[in-house]
Design a protein around this ligand. Structure first.
Ligand code: ADP
Ligand code: ZN
Length: 729
């Protein structure tokens, strides 16, 4: 037997390493080591050691002398076939290197080694040679539980550990080892089952039936805010858990509040495992490991939880499925809702997409019958939807330098008089979006980006929202030197708060935005406080729109409802409709009469009309027609190529090369390059190309061929591919 026979094919395996490599690398398996597809291994890579995953499929023919052996196989459940195909699929669809996709599945390196067992003690039944009062206390405390940690038992008995040590030495206790504790307690599916209304029971029945079939089936669960969608999908969750499956509930990160966890806890007698950016590393590792082992049965997580190594996943719920936060736009661009559908399809199980205002894409799939359409008609119980009206800002302008119209102001006063809460919504952080010098007209712009600096009065800085650059707010204009003539233009949430404090000095006013000191944890706490009635006027960005339940909130005012309509985004109308519907839906969740006031300069706009007419059907119909006419998603497909470089010239030149390299293909067209609306970010100049294709056209193949023909990016030039772009900036 010659050397080659020995090494190929069995002893050489492909290993996908978490780097921007476009294929697995080949490694040898040392004698005595056993690996299989999915095994998590450590391999040498240049001078380093990295964790990777043994992949499947053929290996590249590599000179046997250059092959290096796998260093180590981790004692860890392998990534299963579905997960491996999922990684391949996401990589292929988004044109990302598979190595970067698999990296998302390997986010907890310390979890590849088994968790340590815990040392404890248990009673043997032996009697001690003599009884002292301290020993007596230890023995009686020990009866409360079968096993203890030494210090725990000493503490419970109120004695020093030396007393326990003495009993251990005499054989009254013995040392035992326990598996690591569960990251979360086992859910009890029969625990806090709600009595469902007839409407809800029917919807739950549809979802449960899909779970019972255990085959791929997307279901759109559509119902007004407060109609009980959560209550209904909890039944599907229970059914999947009862069938021995694992379940994933995806939520936009900020909707993962304590109140959601509490609610889950009340229904299932235990909280779900949480997975989001704020979970401490140790906890993350335990959860990752126990998801892989099948010990964690249920995860509630942000989009990255889609890449957890579930072994028996049987149901995914995507709550607020229309939420733009599901789109990740750094490194690997992917849409977690869409990829969740793919994962369900590969795994052969149902997926529930829940929303009061579904995305046009999902709505079209539901109407065409590709997705089952499960609807809840009304709000649950006596909670009525708020009465919505438009405030025509041309007829009811606010006082000079103010932003709240007298109409809204009157409603706020009435609400406060009743001891209820008002929410003012404005999707703009900080105090003012622009600062200029009244004398020379100088505008404060970021040095690294083509954006205005936002005035953040609370922190005393002018800040760029794209690169984070911040500078203290100066007193003199840097251009003409004039003192005290800088003016803030336009409102941000802080400025609305200032106006409210001026108009309603007695009221407790709070600003909620991502700028809150103390980060997401503090923000979650503040949201709980608002829910407990600890504020009268809440001024917030879209963070407050999501999933929170504020019992005393009876007035919602949208300060600048037109804000989202201005940009050239094809989803501008849809987004505005969803956001305003959702924000106004925060009002009146508990049966108190409630109102929503929408301040607009375009009261005739179809979005505004649909909102006040409470006519989502009309809105969806016309918006779907519009998309169909212009062959926009989901009737056509889009992809964006973003070229950036340190100079404008380099970025533009490379973008032009890409355009030239684009092949002729039927039903696919490349537009651009055009300078991006956000022309400079972090000192990088940006150009965009847009690919428009019919649904049938092979858009990925087109992109691949284009990139293969185009020159490789050189120098500072970088490329980003954004399939199904949600942002056009
Ligand atoms: P959605 O998810 O559609 O916004 P939720 O599931 O949050 O609606 O329900 C709104 C409120 O109504 C919640 O406080 C929920 O506990 C309550 N609720 C809904 N259905 C029921 C039910 N069948 N029994 C008791 N309370 C319910
Ligand atoms: Zn900047």
């Amino acid at each position: 037997m010659n050397l080659t026979d020995q090494l190929f094919p069995e002893a050489v395996v492909p290993v996908l390493v978490p780097l921007p490599a476009d294929r697995p690398y080949s490694y040898t398996v040392p004698e005595g080591m056993v690996v299989r597809p999915g095994s998590i291994v450590q391999v040498p890579l240049g001078p380093r050691q990295v964790a990777g995953v043994v992949w499947d499929g053929p290996t590249d023919a590599v000179d046997a002398k250059k092959l290096r052996p796998i260093t180590h196989v981790f004692d860890c459940p392998p990534l299963d076939e579905t997960m491996r195909r999922f990684v391949d699929w996401v990589a292929d669809y988004t044109l990302s290197p598979p190595g970067l996709v698999v990296r998302m599945a390997l986010r907890a390196p310390a979890a590849f080694d088994p968790e340590a067992w815990i040392e404890g003690i248990e009673a043997t039944g032996e009697e001690p040679d003599r009884i002292t009062p301290a020993r007596k206390r230890v023995l009686s405390a020990a009866e409360d539980a079968p096993a203890w940690s030494k210090s725990g038992l000493a503490h419970a008995a109120g004695v020093s550990t030396s007393v326990v040590d003495g009993l251990l030495k005499q054989g009254v206790f013995r040392t035992v080892r326990f598996p690591p504790p569960p990251a979360v307690a086992e859910p009890d599916t029969g625990y806090g089952r709600a009595t469902l209304s007839e409407d809800q029971a029917k919807a739950a029945g549809d979802l449960v039936a899909a779970v019972a079939k255990a085959s791929f089936q997307p279901l759109l669960l559509e119902g007004a805010t407060g109609s009980g969608k959560t209550e209904v999908y909890f039944e599907a969750v229970a059914a999947a858990l009862d069938a021995g499956k694992q379940v994933l509930i995806l939520l936009p990160e900020i909707a993962l509040t304590q109140s959601f966890i509490d609610r889950f806890h009340a229904r299932f007698g235990a909280p779900p495992a949480e997975w989001h950016s704020d979970v401490p590393p140790k906890k993350r590792e335990a959860i990752w490991r126990q998801v892989a082992e099948g010990r964690v049965r249920i995860v509630a997580g942000a989009r990255s939880s889609l890449f957890l190594p579930f072994r028996e996943l049987g149901l995914v719920v995507v709550d607020e499925e229309h939420d733009p936060a599901y789109k990740q736009e750094d490194r690997t661009f992917y849409h977690a809702r869409d990829m969740a559908v793919v994962r369900a399809s590969l795994g052969g199980f149902p997926i529930v997409l829940a929303s009061a205002t579904p995305s046009i894409e999902t709505r079209v799939n539901a109407v065409s019958g590709r997705y089952a359409h499960v609807r809840l008609k009304a709000r649950h119980g006596d909670a009525a939807l708020p009465e919505l009206s438009l405030v025509d800002m041309r007829r009811h302008p606010p006082a000079r330098g103010h932003f709240v119209s007298p109409v809204l102001q009157t409603e706020i006063r009435k609400t406060l008089a009743k001891g209820e809460q008002a929410l003012l919504f404005l999707n703009r952080r900080g105090y003012a979006p622009l600062t200029l010098c009244r004398v020379c007209g100088h505008r404060f712009q970021c040095h690294n980006c083509s954006t205005w600096l936002v005035d953040h009065r609370l922190r005393g800085v002018l800040q760029c929202h794209h690169c984070g650059f911040a500078t203290p707010r100066p007193e003199a204009c840097p251009e003409c030197g004039t003192l005290d003539h800088l003016v803030a233009c336009g409102p941000g949430v802080e400025r609305i708060a200032e106006e409210m404090v001026e108009d309603f000095p007695e009221a407790r006013t709070i600003v909620l935005s991502s700028d809150i000191a103390g980060g997401p944890r503090r923000l979650r706490r503040e949201l709980e406080a608002v829910a407990d009635g600890e504020a009268d006027i809440v001024i917030g960005t879209q963070l407050v729109a999501k999933g929170h339940h504020f019992p005393k909130m009876t007035l919602v005012g949208a300060i600048d409802a037109d804000l989202g309509l201005a940009n050239g985004d094809p989803r501008a109308a849809e987004r505005t409709f969803q956001l305003l519907h959702q924000v106004t839906g925060r009002a009146g969740r508990t049966g108190l009469a409630s109102r929503g006031l929408i301040q607009t300069y375009q009261p005739q706009h179809p979005v505004m009309q649909a909102l006040v007419a409470a006519d989502p059907e009309g809105f969806y119909d016309s918006e779907i027609d519009e998309r169909r006419r212009s062959a926009l998603p989901p009737f056509g497909r889009l992809a964006a190529i973003i070229v950036s470089a340190e100079t404008r010239k380099d970025a533009e030149a490379h973008a032009r090369e890409i355009r030239k390299a684009a092949p002729e293909m039927p039903e696919i067209e490349m537009l651009g390059p055009a300078e991006a609306p956000l022309a400079v970010v972090r000192g990088r100049h940006r150009f965009r190309l847009l690919v428009e294709a019919s649904r049938r056209a092979p858009i990925q193949a087109f992109l691949r061929e284009t990139l293969a023909r185009a020159p490789r990016p050189r120098g500072s030039v970088q490329l980003q591919i954004d399939m199904d772009p949600q942002s056009f900036l």
